[in-house]
Design a protein around this ligand. Structure first.
Ligand code: PXL
Length: 285
């Protein structure tokens, strides 16, 4: 079947749908839409909330629905400009994403893997250490990966340290991640000073390295990686370079945290990205 034309870039967003908690699909969809991209949702699971610091959540696994959804889209001739995976519920889902990369990863399609596994030095409660290798295999097939510092350390089998690092140290970390196989990497949660936090980016082809930080507001802010990844992807789809897209994503995420902190909202329920969307649209215009 002939590919159906599309007027805006289309993303396959492969993440869980957590009803409350503003992460994964509930941030990827509105952010990508606001930035002008179409987001096709492939939910990996449906939960009542995310699993971070919240107990009693419901969980419905959707592993068996993923490939049939993809085959239906393919039967309709639907193509994607980006394949964007995030939180996955099982190692089988990793293999399914690999299959989707093979089937839909045409020339020019950006394969972005956010290897969502943990934060603050620990794996998420639903994530087992034996799944880390599977995630590393998926990262090897990506054009771009966006681990946070914790995930970077697990992928590399290195000990996590929350200590600050200098720019050469951040670049060396990115280089070690590129040796896993992806074409580019953006690592979040990088601090070169006690009061700042941001992201380091390295492109394998050009060797271009960048580091961008904002003032740090201490705390555990849920959904920040998903918000960061969605803004980064939206900016890349609209022609921004990796360094510029990463800086935009750092600034946007910092703004969300700042607004959430200022109004004293429960950070477990997600951060205030909504009020940042008009500014994001303006920044892209
Ligand atoms: O934002 C990361 C994330 C996504 N999805 C689910 C999670 C988490 C982090 O805890 O639990 C279901």
């Amino acid at each position: 079947m002939q590919a159906i034309q599309r007027s805006v870039p289309r993303v396959m967003a492969i993440h869980d749908l957590s009803g409350v908690g503003k992460c994964s699909l509930t941030v990827a969809l509105p952010i990508l839409s606001a930035m002008g991209a179409e987001a096709a949702a492939m939910p990996t699971a449906v939960l009542s909330t995310h699993t971070g610091n919240i107990t009693g959540y419901t969980y419905r696994d959707l592993t068996d629905d993923m490939l049939p959804m993809a085959w239906h889209w393919r039967s309709l001739g639907i193509c994607f400009d980006a394949l964007y995976s995030g939180w996955l519920g099982s190692s089988r889902q990793n293999d399914i994403v690999l299959t989707i990369f093979e089937e839909f990863g045409a020339e020019g399609t950006l394969r972005l893997v956010d290897p969502v596994m943990g934060d603050h030095g620990r794996l998420y409660s639903t994530y087992t250490p034996d799944r880390v290798n599977g995630m590393a295999r998926l990262c090897a097939k990506a054009d771009l990966i966006t681990p946070n510092l914790t995930e970077a350390c697990f992928l590399l089998g290195e000990t996590y340290s929350a200590e600050v690092m200098d720019a050469p140290g951040a670049r060396a970390l990115c280089e070690r991640l590129l040796s896993l196989g992806p074409k580019s990497v953006v690592v979040t949660g990088i601090s070169t000073g006690e009061g700042t936090i941001g992201a380091a980016a390295l492109e394998a082809g050009s060797g271009a390295f960048s580091l961008h930080e904002m003032p740090r507001i201490p705390g555990v802010w849920h959904g920040t990686g998903d918000i960061f990844g969605s803004v980064l992807l939206g900016a890349l789809l609209f022609g921004r370079g990796l360094a510029e897209a990463a800086a935009l994503a750092v600034d946007f995420t910092a703004g969300c945290i700042g607004r959430t902190y200022a109004c004293g909202a429960d950070p477990r329920l997600g951060i205030d990205f909504e009020r940042g969307l008009p500014g994001l649209i303006a920044a892209l215009a």
